[in-house]
Design a protein around this ligand. Sequence first.
Ligand code: DC
Length: 233
Amino acid sequence: MAGRHLVVAIDGPSGSGKSSVSRAVASALGAAYLDTGAMYRALTWWLLERGIELSDRELVGASSVLAPLQIGLDPARPTVEVGGVDVNDAIRTERVTNAVSAVATNLEVRADMRRRQRALIAEGLGLRGAIVAEGRDITTVVAPDADVRILLTASESARIARRARQDHGTDDADTVAATHSRVVGRDALDGTVSQFTAAADGVSTIDSSELDFEQTVLAVLAAVADRVVVDGF
Ligand code: DC
């Protein structure tokens, strides 16, 4: 659509289905797509490759601004590169998943990521006139003035079962038990720097506990359509 300007911000905890839902919503809208979690993961991968001690908060904070991250905004192929190396798979490994919260809770890192994420949102708007950006603090800190702000939640048990299926292909009792502490522990740590369990003022909550993937995508698209109609977009 010529001249459109639409920012959709989606936050939520681990296992809420945020990434896949946001990507599908971006595709349906012909919008750009930004996975901000992938940025924290890519930075973590780069720091680990360089042998930087993640508990050295000062060094990690100072290193963040030097990281050569390149993020592609096409929802059909959201690329993540560091210094020209494709890290899309490497950043989803347990090694990075277990380490990323230590980096994401560094306030200097967050300031750097916020600056980069705002620039990427502007880039996405330039490319497609619309962007769906997802993470933990997009509705509250990175883009609090977004046209549509959504908190995508799900019950703890639904989130843990989803993560278990995603990471291990099963949600049997043993796998769920092993996944439980990882998901809850990570959210607790991430929750010390961002508020993503309750909706801030002006943010709509969509609870996907009882919804399948398609229904969740439709619920988000309906929330976007509501805003578009209400505001005469
Ligand atoms: O959504 P994810 O699992 O890919 O996120 C990776 C990590 O980055 C996770 O520890 C939460 C953190 N994160 C954050 O603090 N703020 C964001 N906007 C996005 C992710």
